[in-house]
Design a protein around this ligand. Structure first.
Ligand code: AMP
Length: 294
């Protein structure tokens, strides 16, 4: 059965008040739509842990730069509703921009430090837009659990820290990256790729796994590892590397000498399409505690 698609903020508040009164545990999966099997894996996890699953679909203008793909971002709402129905979603919250930002937003959430490197360095204002809209979504839906993909690792760290710093009363659940069989992480932006670009795209995951293998075989010099990994990407004429970094897994700061768990993260352009991916590494090193998988 297709779940109700509610676009009004006030109606969503009312419906979810009833759900909460019934004592149900609410799980939220925030998305920008164009749903795929990666999103489905978040929904599946929410379905397993919660009584009532909300998927939000909102292409948030606040997190796009002026030259980014806000206008052309895919918005296949009927296909999205079908995927939600197949995966047992209880409610789709798909607000209009004018309802989410009823008066121009002049209050913002800025998570510092964690946003200095990786995507934060190349997409000014992006994480401010993300954190602001996610806080709004949390306040509207008031979930007990919210599900975020490790695919967007820096975003996951930003949201976890916002929850901690603002004493928000919900649990953030990280979900491993869902990949195609050739390693390419599923992304709504993969639809932009031409067949030739799609054929080149798995080089991103290959480069990340090569870096992970170097770390597993005791290479500790991050510069050497990055050079070896980016040479894999340089061999693909369709690919331009925006960044390839090795960072600590909590505050997302670059690491020069690897002595514990790290996250290896990269962003590339293939034609006009920007793709990001990351993997965990160094978990076997001394001092490494429990860690996210990739
Ligand atoms: P998006 O619609 O791209 O904003 O993504 C919504 C949520 O789905 C975010 O928490 C993403 O990290 C997550 N997500 C997107 N792609 C994947 C994937 N391939 N595997 C796991 N989670 C994903």
């Amino acid at each position: 059965m297709t779940p109700p698609i509610v676009s009004s903020v006030s109606q969503t508040l009312q419906q979810l008040d009833r759900v909460r009164r019934d004592g149900k545990r609410i799980g939220l999966v925030p998305t920008m739509g164009a749903l795929h099997a990666g999103h489905a894996s978040l929904i599946e996890r929410a379905r397993a842990e919660c009584d009532f699953v909300v998927v939000s679909i909102f292409v948030n203008p606040l997190q796009f730069g002026p030259s980014e793909d806000f206008q052309r971002y895919p918005r296949p709402i009927e296909k999205d509703a079908a995927l939600c129905a197949e995966n047992g979603v209880d409610l789709i919250f798909a607000p209009e921009t004018g309802d989410m930002y009823a008066s121009p937003q002049i209050t913002f959430v800025e998570v510092t430090r964690i946003t200095e490197y990786l995507c934060g360095a190349f997409r000014p204002g992006h994480f401010r837009g993300v954190a602001t809209v996610v806080l709004k979504l949390f306040n509207i839906v008031q979930p007990d659990f919210a599900y975020f993909g490790e695919k967007d690792y820096q975003q996951l760290c930003v949201i976890r820290r916002m929850v901690e710093d603002f004493n928000l009363r919900l649990t953030i659940v990280p979900v491993p990256t869902y990949r195609e069989s050739d390693g390419l992480a599923l992304s709504s932006r993969n639809v932009y790729l031409t067949p030739a670009e799609r054929a080149a795209a798995p080089a991103l995951y290959l480069a990340l796994t090569l870096a992970r293998e170097r770390i597993a075989s005791d290479e500790t010099d991050a510069a050497k590892i990055k050079a070896a990994a980016t040479s894999v990407l340089a061999a693909e004429p369709l690919i331009r590397v925006q960044y390839f970094e090795i960072v600590d897994p909590f505050e997302v700061q670059p690491v020069a000498v690897i002595s514990g768990p790290v996250r290896i993260a990269a962003a590339i352009f293939i034609g006009k399409t920007r793709l990001i991916d990351n993997v965990a590494a160094g978990s076997g090193l001394p001092g490494s505690g429990p860690e996210l998988v990739d």
